[in-house]
Ligand binder design. Structure first.
Ligand SMILES: Cc1cc2nc3c(=O)[nH]c(=O)nc-3n(C[C@H](O)[C@H](O)[C@H](O)COP(=O)(O)O)c2cc1C
Length: 183
């Protein structure tokens, strides 16, 4: 059976370059991998008060993460750190205390930016949170995609150099996931 990878896109923008990169990773992945973007824009902001009777959106999100074999984040950097919607999703999945859905899911992070820096700061801030929520993260190869507005062909696919990078990177992540049994 194909490995199910939950993909969290840190941008809520309709024409998001990060969403396009996530779609390219899905297209370039092997047959044994099924990438699904799990939407995070509908999740109410986390409050422990609400967890007395959790919103349906939280319950559905938590279940989708539980059902997955791995977590792939594709995100922009906002003000040199993690976009709020992505951080909220991380928090929602981590609670109630003792019932976090994250531990043991093999993860990886891709960041991109319209600047040349490729979202490096956000990439490492996401990694920092993932250490605490016990997601075993692929360390290498790293993925910082710069100039994200300029890497597209007219048909919506990434330019050749970027496609090659994404395919090789995805292959490394597939190996990483295959090294884990489902938790
Ligand atoms: C609130 C906000 C903060 C941003 N801060 C950064 C930043 O710190 N570093 C950076 O490289 N780009 C920053 N950007 C620019 C993003 O790289 C750019 O908007 C990018 O297209 C966002 O990703 P998306 O296309 O997936 O929505 C910021 C954009 C927004 C909307």
């Amino acid at each position: 059976m194909a490995k199910k990878i939950a993909v969290l896109v840190g941008s809520l923008r309709k024409e998001s370059f990060n969403r396009k990169i996530a779609n390219e990773l899905s297209r370039l992945s092997s047959d044994g991998f099924d990438l699904e973007i799990i939407e995070i824009g509908n999740l109410p902001l986390y409050s422990e008060d609400l967890d007395q009777s959790p919103p349906q959106e939280w319950t559905d999100f938590r279940q989708k993460i539980k059902n997955s074999d791995g977590i792939l984040v594709v995100s922009p950097e906002y003000n040199r750190t993690i976009p709020g919607a992505l951080k909220n999703a991380i928090d929602v999945g981590s609670r109630p205390y003792g019932s976090s859905v994250w531990p043991g899911k093999p993860g990886a992070v891709v960041t991109s930016s319209i600047s040349s820096l490729g979202g490096l700061a956000a990439n490492h801030h996401i990694r920092q949170a993932f250490v605490f929520i016990d997601v075993p993260l692929m360390q290498q190869p790293e993925a910082y995609i710069g100039n994200s507005s300029q890497i597209w062909n007219d048909d919506g696919t990434a330019v050749e150099e970027t496609q090659k990078f994404l395919k090789d990177w995805m292959g490394a992540y597939e190996k990483w996931v295959n090294g884990f049994s489902k938790s």
